[in-house]
Structures are given as structure tokens and as C-alpha cells.
Ligand binder design. Structure first.
Ligand SMILES: O=C(O)C1=C[C@@H](OP(=O)(O)O)[C@@H](O)[C@H](O)C1
Ligand SMILES: C=C(OP(=O)(O)O)C(=O)O
Length: 422
């Protein structure tokens, strides 16, 4: 499917959906508790539904109560050979693979076409070093994993995805010996590992930091039942604020924040550096935007999901915008660097692609175009917002938004967007 996007001006209030990363973590961790937990303000989306279904297959009992989930954890990690489907979700397959290695029978983990292209090898090697048997399609899903991991000391590279390390952390307390994990190269997406540690803490498990982002120790421990509330998702906030900057008139983004930190909160600081005045009052964010944004150089190593919303802001920049240190964006649902460069050029932008990012020069003439989002939710949303600024665009694959923000098109149209699906 495609949709048409015409020039639009947005005004009104949008409530941002809740956080995908914390929803995944809370469901997985609650599934590892010998007891009942309550997760409030859960994000329901294609990715988080995949996590729910996998946890149920592994033996957790999960029931819905409005926007909350009640989870009774897995009572035994035994049973028959199992096949599970992580759909489009990297977070799901990586954490589920580590949990599968706690079972003494085989688990086959697969996913959609995009997920079957995503790297898994560093995680599989680490699980083997801890005692599992793993096979894969040349380091990619489908995966076959047979446990049980016993624990021990291992090393894993940190430069492809932090999710491998989050996955190992989550499984480690339930091993016989616990684990000492050495991160052997520069860690990307660091705040997501911190998110894993803080969610584990909420479920009563301690991670010992021996050297931050380099060496951690996790003793054998039990997860404890709890109640946890999921905050708004700052990756989605970033997209909504990029819409506010490009096409907002009086647009307010409503959020809820708790005590669970998110790397993508950096969007507020970055917008400030671009010349946008951002205010937060009573959980409502509004922006005041200059005629032309300032441009600048931004290191996105810790915040790869900010790449699409920031790249489209170059449409309104008076100076070059350089986004760097984000090579790991090439290993997401798509190669986001290559596709952003290829598609945004169609709008008239002059962009230099770099191995680890891109330099977007200020536009001279912009024109509408047919943009292919390659079924990547964050690219679809970013291209839609760009389309509202430029006008006369079609964007492919609107159904991709189910992955993280199912009501995106409806929410946008509700505040004045001219997005029609055909
Ligand atoms: O652990 C998580 O919840 C995530 C970690 C990040 O991935 P990488 O660590 O692969 O960069 C991020 O891009 C992804 O959207 C969610
Ligand atoms: C990369 C993403 O998620 P995942 O790795 O879980 O597929 C994302 O949501 O942008």
C-alpha cells in the first residue's frame, strides 16, 4: 500500500504512545518471575505483541486489563521443541534467544523477511561460550538454540547492537554460575543497556558494574514480582517534535515521564542546539521554531533511532547538518543510512553518504516525490512528516507503523495532516 501526503499545518494535541523498549523488557522480565507482576501503560504494537506471544509460548500467563498486562511468570524451563516468531522485532528475537538458552530443549526462533537479515552471530557465539548449542542461517535467523547455559565469563563485541548484551544480562541471573560479561569493543546504543539494568533492578535483580560499558558481573539471583509503569516513548516523541518543528502551528505533544531514563530524551537538547525553543510544562511539550534551523554536527552513537527524525529536519536547515557515529543504523529494520540518503535526495536535498552517517546540505529547491520506506516504521513516519512539509508526496508501506506507533496516521490526521491511504 501507499499513501498520499499533501502540505499540511498541524495544530492541537497529540498524546505520545508509550515506550517500546521498556514494554519489551517489562514483559520478558515479568515472564521470568516466579509470581505475578503488573505492567501499566503497555505499548500494544506489532513488536510488543510478538514479545507477548513468545513469552506465552515459553509458558508465561499473560492477561490484558485495559492498557495494563498481568503476567504470571514461567514456572519451568523444560518441555518440548518449540518454534516462535519474533515478527519484525530485533529486541524480541535477541532477548528471546537468550531466554531460550535457559531451556533444556530446542527452541527455533524466526521472524519476517527484514528480521531474517539482521545480525545475531555475536550473541550466538556468547551463548555457546556459556554452554548452549546454537545454529543459524549464516549468523542470521532462523535460529536453533538448545540450552541450558550454565554461566561463566565471556567476551562479546559491542559495536553492532547493544541488544546482544541486554539479552545476555537478562538471562544471566537464572544461570547456575551467573556470568561475567566483558564488552570487547566500543559499545553502541549505551542508554539501552542502562535501560535493561534499571528494569532488572525494578524486578529485584542487581547487576554489578565492574567497569562501565566494559565489564559487568551478574550473580545467580531470582527475579521478584513487581508493578511497573511504562513511560512515553522518546523515539516517538522525537518524530512528533520533528513534525512540530517542520509543520506545527500550535502543536502540543503530551507525554508521561517516570523514573526510567531514555537516551532519546537527547532530542530536547539537540533541538535546542538547532535553534528550536522547546518547553515542557505539565507533561506537555511545545516548540517555537526559527525560520531556518542552525544545522550542526551530532553524534548519534547512543541514539540511533533519532537518525530518521533528525535527517528530515535538514529540510528546514540554513546550514549543513551532519549526523555521525551511527553505523549501527545500517543493521536495523533496513539500512537506514542508505535509504534515508537515497529517498531524501528525491526531495531535492544534497546529501553526502558516509559509512557512519550523512551530511545533509541546506536545500535550495524542494519537490514532491514518491518515497519508498521499505516497510520500515521509522522511515515511513519520517517520510510522512517530510511529505507534509514539501507536499505532493507518496510514501510506501503505511502499515509498517503497527510496529511502534499503530495510531500514527490517525493521530496526525486528527491534528490537521493531509495523509490519505489508497
Ligand atoms: O534494546 C532496545 O530496546 C533497542 C536498542 C537499540 O538497538 P541497537 O542496540 O541494536 O542499536 C535501538 O535502536 C532499538 O530501537 C531498541
Ligand atoms: C531498531 C528498532 O527496533 P528493533 O531493533 O527492536 O527491531 C526500532 O524500533 O527502530
Amino acid at each position: 500500500m501507499n499513501c498520499n501526503v499533501e502540505q499540511s499545518r498541524l495544530s492541537g494535541v497529540i498524546t505520545c504512545p508509550t515506550n517500546k523498549s521498556y514494554t519489551h523488557r517489562a514483559i520478558f522480565l515479568a515472564s521470568l518471575v516466579n509470581g505475578k507482576s503488573l505492567i501499566k501503560n503497555v505499548l500494544r504494537s506489532r513488536d510488543t505483541n510478538a514479545t507477548i506471544e513468545i513469552c506465552k509460548s515459553l509458558g508465561a500467563e499473560i492477561t490484558e486489563a485495559g492498557s495494563n498486562l498481568k503476567v504470571k511468570g514461567i514456572s519451568k524451563f523444560e518441555g518440548e521443541e518449540l518454534t516462535v516468531d519474533a515478527s519484525n522485532s530485533g529486541t524480541t528475537i535477541r532477548i528471546a534467544a537468550a531466554i531460550a538458552s535457559l531451556r533444556d530443549s530446542k527452541t527455533i526462533l524466526t521472524g519476517d523477511e527484514s528480521l531474517r537479515k539482521r545480525p545475531m552471530k555475536p550473541l550466538l557465539d556468547a551463548l555457546e561460550a556459556l554452554g548452549a548449542k546454537c545454529s543459524s542461517n549464516d549468523g542470521k535467523p532462523p535460529l536453533e538454540i538448545t540450552g541450558k547455559i550454565k554461566g561463566g565469563e565471556i567476551s562479546i563485541a559491542g559495536n553492532v547492537s547493544s541488544q546482544f548484551i541486554s539479552a545476555l544480562f537478562i538471562a544471566s541471573p537464572l544461570t547456575e554460575q551467573g556470568a561475567t560479561i566483558n564488552i570487547s569493543s566500543e559499545l553502541v546504543s549505551k542508554p539501552y543497556l542502562d535501560a535493561t539494568i534499571s528494569t532488572m533492578k525494578k524486578f529485584g535483580v542487581d547487576v554489578i558494574v565492574m567497569e562501565q560499558y566494559k565489564k559487568y558481573k551478574i550473580e545467580p539471583q531470582e527475579y521478584k514480582h513487581t508493578t511497573i509503569t511504562i513511560p512515553s516513548d522518546f523515539s516517538s516523541v522525537a518524530l512528533l517534535l520533528s513534525a512540530a518543528v517542520l509543520v506545527g502551528e500550535e502543536l502540543t505533544v503530551k507525554i508521561s515521564i517516570g523514573d526510567l531514563a531514555q537516551g532519546d530524551e537527547a532530542i530536547i537538547d539537540i533541538l535546542g542546539k538547532l535553534g528550536v525553543d522547546v518547553s515542557l510544562n505539565n507533561n506537555a511539550i511545545t516548540v517555537t521554531t526559527p525560520e531556518k534551523l542552525l544545522g550542526g554536527k551530532f553524534d548519534l552513537s547512543n541514539t540511533p533511532d533519532l537518525l530518521p527524525p533528525l535527517a528530515i529536519l535538514s529540510l528546514k536547515c540554513g546550514f549543513p547538518l551532519e549526523l555521525y557515529n551511527v553505523k549501527h543504523a545500517r543493521f536495523k529494520e533496513t539500512d537506514r543510512i542508505a535509504i534515508l540518503v537515497r529517498e531524501l535526495k528525491k526531495l531535492g536535498l544534497d546529501i553526502a553518504e558516509k559509512e557512519d552517517g550523512m551530511i545533509l546540505n541546506p536545500p535550495t529547491i524542494l519537490k514532491g516525490a514518491d518515497l519508498n520506506s521499505e516497510d520500515d516504521h521509522r522511515l515511513f513516519m519520517a517520510f510522512c512528516i517530510a511529505g507534509m512539509y514539501v507536499g505532493g508526496c507518496t510514501i510506501s508501506d503505511p502499515e509498517s507503523v503497527d510496529v511502534s506507533y499503530p495510531s500514527f496516521v490517525d493521530d496526525m490526521n486528527h491534528v490537521g495532516a493531509k495523509i490519505t491511504t489508497k
